[in-house]
Write a protein that binds this ligand. Structure first.
Ligand code: ADP
Length: 542
């Protein structure tokens, strides 16, 4: 027997329509690429995204066609997001920080027909244009006054495109399983692979993100997703803001500590989200200038492990709650979030700070388990680690155009490539990426744990740990450090410091100093490059 409730496809257009209808006066503030601060309302954003949909139809974009964006977090990017997906095409957010060959590969692989780009990327795209096989026109996301001189052909000015439309448009009723968005993983090894989100998966992800225990946002909040829209949907925040009616602040091309602080203060931001390296910049600025972040109540940290001292700094020095989150492009991205539950809320503050180093617990809609090499499920004891497997309605089942073959095991689980523990309270902790874990004498050493322990030392700004071949133990850890401003590193002292925090046999066999640790386009330590750089490094064998 079937239920007798209405059929209401879960479509992205319904999110923006709801935002405009019920929270039409909520504001979007953008620190634009052109330099000024732009403000308007959800209602205006909705009208303009309908104009964009009309313009796309006029251009001949059909359902399922891919339209790429190469853009920062701005109001025009939000309009394009909703306009493209809403009219039935697929918003392909391209990460501009990738190498140019990868960008060309991704745009060709996706067979994007149009490319929307910010002024910041015009010269980069000029260098690529010859290699782009399917792009029929370039839409520069600015107004006529700021249109640059360019060697690109078939160039359209975004504002001119919108000007020609009247906005009298009804969003089509699509199949909720139709594709809505496309995002490629950064492909630290091999070619990038496309994750193809559906309207339904993004809608369900939005509902989950809107739960009080997930991102903790309400209609009374001002949210600034510093995490870019090209990195796993800005963790869903531009959808969430319209779903809740929360005010949205968009940072455009501004990422340095000073600007982030200014935006938080000037716009009274209450919730913000980004990768750990970005927070290093903000904390550094706050400390040097003795500043506070008055309005901020919640910082979401994900994409890489948040070290304990970063969590503690926010919570104790600045009275800002930290939500440590884990996810992947393949999981839309929210997989776990480190909010307290009925048990952990009773713990002491110190115990809670320790707990927050864990990546958190899954919301309804995400199933997790850890398995050993033979596929056997491991106990949820908070100690035994294994391959982290995930399944749920916003987890990918195949990559776009079947790149890489089957993604799931016969029971429908996706192997995240992460190694993790699950504890009896439901919290997951990432031990490492499977390919980064150091295999020493048949046991595993967590590079993340060593890194987090090293950055606790006051003279260390950043740390990376890689495994190097060792004749006796297979692999042993090498600790790579960047010194804090003005500090000198005393290696024996660092080893002594670590000895109090990790097992003795985990201690690195050598420590090297570098000026800078390389990062991927999504802010993670680029271990492949470090392994290459230190390929010939000889660990002491005595
Ligand atoms: P990329 O394209 O950079 O690989 P993803 O965002 O998809 O982008 O990366 C997902 C991976 O990032 C996860 O599999 C995990 O290894 C790592 N990651 C994400 N969040 C965290 C976290 N909070 N702690 C540790 N690792 C994390």
């Amino acid at each position: 027997m079937q239920g007798l409730m209405q059929d209401w496809p879960l479509l992205i257009s319904r999110i923006i329509e709801h935002g405009a209808r019920c929270h039409g006066s909520s504001e979007i503030v953008t620190y634009t690429v052109e330099g000024e601060v732009h403000r308007y309302t959800f209602a205006e954003c909705h009208m303009r995204s309908k104009k964009l949909a009309q313009a796309l139809e006029r251009f001949g974009i059909r359902h399922g066609d891919r339209v790429a964006t190469l853009a920062w977090n701005t109001y025009r990017h939000v309009e394009a997001w909703y306009g493209i997906s809403g009219m039935g095409a697929v918003t392909h957010t391209v990460n501009p920080k990738l190498f140019s060959e990868q960008i060309a590969y991704i745009i060709n692989h996706a067979e994007d027909r149009l490319l929307f780009l910010d002024l910041s990327f015009v010269s980069m795209v000029e260098g690529l244009a010859e290699r782009l096989e399917n792009i029929e026109a370039f839409v520069i996301m600015t107004d006529p006054d700021h249109m640059p001189a360019t060697s690109l052909t078939n160039v359209i000015c975004y504002e001119t495109l919108l000007e020609a439309e009247d906005g009298a448009y009804s969003w089509p009723v699509l199949d909720e399983n139709a594709a809505a968005g496309l995002c490629y993983t950064s492909g630290t090894t091999g070619n990038p692979k496309g994750v193809l989100y559906s309207h339904r998966s993004n809608f369900l992800h939005t509902w989950s993100a809107a739960a009080a225990d997930t991102l903790g946002a309400t209609a009374r909040d001002t949210i600034m997703p510093i995490v870019p829209m090209f990195h796993a949907n800005a963790w869903g925040i531009p959808y969430l803001a319209f779903a809740l009616g929360a005010r949205l602040v968009l940072n455009g091309p501004n990422f340095d500590g000073q600007m982030i602080h200014q935006m938080i203060q000037d716009q009274a931001v209450t919730i913000t989200a980004a990768v750990p390296t970005l927070w290093l910049g903000l904390l550094d600025h706050l400390r040097k200038s003795g500043l506070k972040v008055d309005s901020l109540k919640n910082v979401i940290i994900g994409g890489a492990a948040a070290p304990a001292n970063m969590i503690e700094a926010f919570e104790t020095e600045y009275d800002v709650q930290v939500c440590h989150a884990w996810g992947m492009t393949e999981t839309s991205p929210i997989g776990t979030i480190g909010t307290l539950n009925g048990v952990t809320a009773q713990w002491s503050r110190d115990e809670q700070l320790k707990l927050k180093v864990k990546q958190g617990r899954p919301p309804l809609g995400v199933e997790l388990k850890v398995i050993d090499d033979d596929g056997k499920e491991l106990p949820k004891d908070g100690k035994t680690f294994g391959h982290l497997m995930v399944r749920g309605p916003w987890v990918a089942r195949r990559y776009f155009r079947d790149e890489g073959g089957d993604m799931l095991d016969p029971q429908g689980w996706f192997d995240t490539g992460d190694v993790a523990t699950l504890d009896p309270n439901g919290y997951m902790q990432i031990t490492d990426r499977a390919k980064d874990v150091i295999k020493s004498g048949g046991e595993w050493i967590s590079s993340i744990e060593l890194e987090n322990a090293a950055v606790e030392h006051p003279s260390v700004a950043e740390a990376a740990v890689i495994g190097l071949p060792h004749p006796k133990w297979d692999e042993r850890p090498l600790l790579i450090l960047v010194a804090a401003d003005g500090a000198t590193i005393d290696k024996p002292e660092i080893l002594e410091f670590l000895a109090g925090k990790v097992a003795k046999w985990w201690l690195p066999d050598a420590i090297v100093m570098v000026d800078e640790i390389p990062h991927t386009a999504t802010g993670k330590i680029r271990k492949t490059e470090l392994r290459e750089q230190f390929r010939d490094f000889e660990l002491p064998t005595a």
